[in-house]
Ligand binder design. Structure first.
Ligand code: HEM
Length: 463
């Protein structure tokens, strides 16, 4: 791990291991700092771990501390029975029906992208240079602020909105510092006993307070809205909750509601906004792709007289390919984590046993960039995702949202907010590179998530 965060990104270290061992072994062993881990490259073994033998790998084994750091008691970090029960409770919030319910809210926020871009075009210097990271982060924060916290956060109008500032802090700041983060990553149980916590006090107070105020206001005034908070409150207030197998669960507590809303922000805002940034960057570099995507969007918008409904998105097939290809090339979460619950003799490979408690690493981005599976893997090519190409490929070769029972629960919501944002932008504006655009792309080595290293400037002009 030497050089991690300075010379290398996590993905670079994974690519080094993958290239060195891919054709020699189904699994390589390596150390993440002091912990032995299994690095899985064989596609059948990946499928077994994520899907077929999921019962042996239900956990991620990541640090969380419900007692001292309540916002970490969320679906992403929790393990075991606590995770299973919560996943069952929260799953109904993410059905297609619920997405349709929230769609108008997302469009309403998306429509604010136009005045936000016009500000750059009509700025004093008239340069039309836009910092895409900030623009897209303001859009996804406003969407999730609105849908998950019930907050009318207008950072697209005013970047100084407190909710946007606190969201940025939630993503960037950690109470522990880099040594503490490395320690709690390697020894999560000990870190819990030592009362270590990730979330900075101000950030925790702000988000707990925001949810408390929203819950109080909605309950006292019997307010119903089409958003996540409404659905989470239904889970709080409904007396009986049953899952599809008939099990009954107790309702969500206040802290559980707050932790899930916070997670939707942390897991759903930066991943989606970075994908939109990378898509705009690739579209600026590939004008022919941009023109084709725009022509499609404009045709679809004309056909529905500009009245977007949820189904409108399924007609934008090429734009969907653009997003799929962006997620392949610039996979926001480049690595997937699992944790072995028991000794696991690897089927078909008698010499290999993944030991109990061993972290398991699935290097999604290495599969996405392997020329054996994707020809010219470093080239942005939405045709990798034509229905014919997708049908030819093993689904395990595409893992931007993970796979199996522990996959990304927000997948539909993520796609919806990205499609809405990008289609509205492309229908009105053209994006090109400018002198300040970093080519080739460099990633921020300190961030586990794939994100551009510095500000990402593009030129925006009216169509
Ligand atoms: C482009 C956007 C997004 C990407 C690329 C992404 C990717 C991922 C990945 C790779 C995982 C881990 C899956 C696995 O281990 O198999 C995950 C988990 C998760 N994501 Fe997303 N995500 C995105 C957007 C969202 C959104 C918008 C939300 C919520 C509103 C969300 C909520 C979650 C949650 C709650 C989990 C944990 C699920 C569990 O462990 O049960 N994500 N995401």
């Amino acid at each position: 791990m030497r050089g991690l965060g300075r010379q290398y990104h996590w993905k670079d270290i994974n690519e080094r291991i993958y290239k060195k061992f891919k054709n020699t072994t189904p699994i390589a062993g390596f150390y993440t700092f002091t912990t032995r881990a299994a690095f899985v490259m064989d596609l059948d073994v990946v499928k077994d771990i994520m899907i077929k033998q999921f019962q042996s790998f239900t956990d991620r084994g990541l640090f969380h501390n419900e007692r001292d750091d309540p916002l970490t008691a969320n679906l992403l970090f929790l393990d075991g029975e606590r995770w299973r029960v919560l996943r069952h409770k929260v799953s109904p919030v993410f059905t297609t029906g619920k997405m349709k319910f929230m769609f108008p809210t997302v469009v309403q926020v998306g429509e604010r992208l136009e005045p936000a871009c016009l500000k750059f075009i009509n700025s004093e210097d008239g340069s039309g240079i836009v910092e895409a990271k900030d623009l897209c982060a303001r859009y996804t924060t406003d969407v999730i602020g609105y849908c998950a916290f019930g907050i009318e956060c207008c950072s697209l109008k005013d970047p100084q909105q407190l909710f946007y500032i606190m969201s940025k802090r939630a993503l960037l700041e950690n109470n522990l510092g880099s040594l503490g983060v490395a320690f709690r990553g390697s020894f999560p149980k000990l870190a819990r006993r030592l009362h270590m916590k990730d979330t900075v006090a101000d950030v925790e107070n702000f988000f707990l307070g925001t949810v408390r105020e929203t819950v109080r206001y909605r309950e006292e005034n019997s307010i119903q809205r089409s958003d996540f908070m409404n659905l989470l409150l239904e889970l709080k207030n409904n007396r009986v909750i049953k899952n599809e197998t008939g099990d009954e669960f107790v309702n969500l507590t206040f802290n559980e509601i707050a932790a899930q809303a916070f997670l939707f922000l942390v897991a759903g805002s930066e991943t989606s906004s970075n994908t939109m940034v990378f898509a705009l960057y690739e579209l600026a570099l590939h004008q022919e792709v941009q023109d084709r995507a725009r022509a499609e969007v404009q045709t679809v918008f004309e056909a529905c007289n500009g009245e977007m409904v949820y189904e409108t998105m399924s007609q934008m097939k090429y734009l969907k390919q653009v997003i799929d290809e962006t997620l392949r090339l610039h996979t926001p979460l480049p690595v997937l984590n699992r944790h072995a619950l028991e000794d696991y003799p690897v089927p078909g490979h008698p010499k290999y046993v993944i030991r109990k408690d061993m972290p398991v690493i699935i290097p999604a981005i290495c599969l996405h960039r392997d020329e054996q599976y994707y020809p010219y893997p470093d080239v942005f090519n939405p045709d990798n995702f034509t229905p014919e190409q997708v049908a030819l490929r093993d689904p395990v070769l595409y893992l931007p949202f993970g796979d199996g029972p522990r996959n990304c629960i927000g997948l539909r919501f993520a796609k919806m907010q990205m499609m809405v944002g990008l289609s509205l932008l492309l229908s009105k504006f053209k994006f090109t590179i400018c002198e300040r655009t970093p080519v080739p792309m460099k990633y921020d080595k300190e961030n586990f998530m794939l994100t551009p290293e510095k500000d990402l400037y593009l030129k925006v002009s009216r169509i």
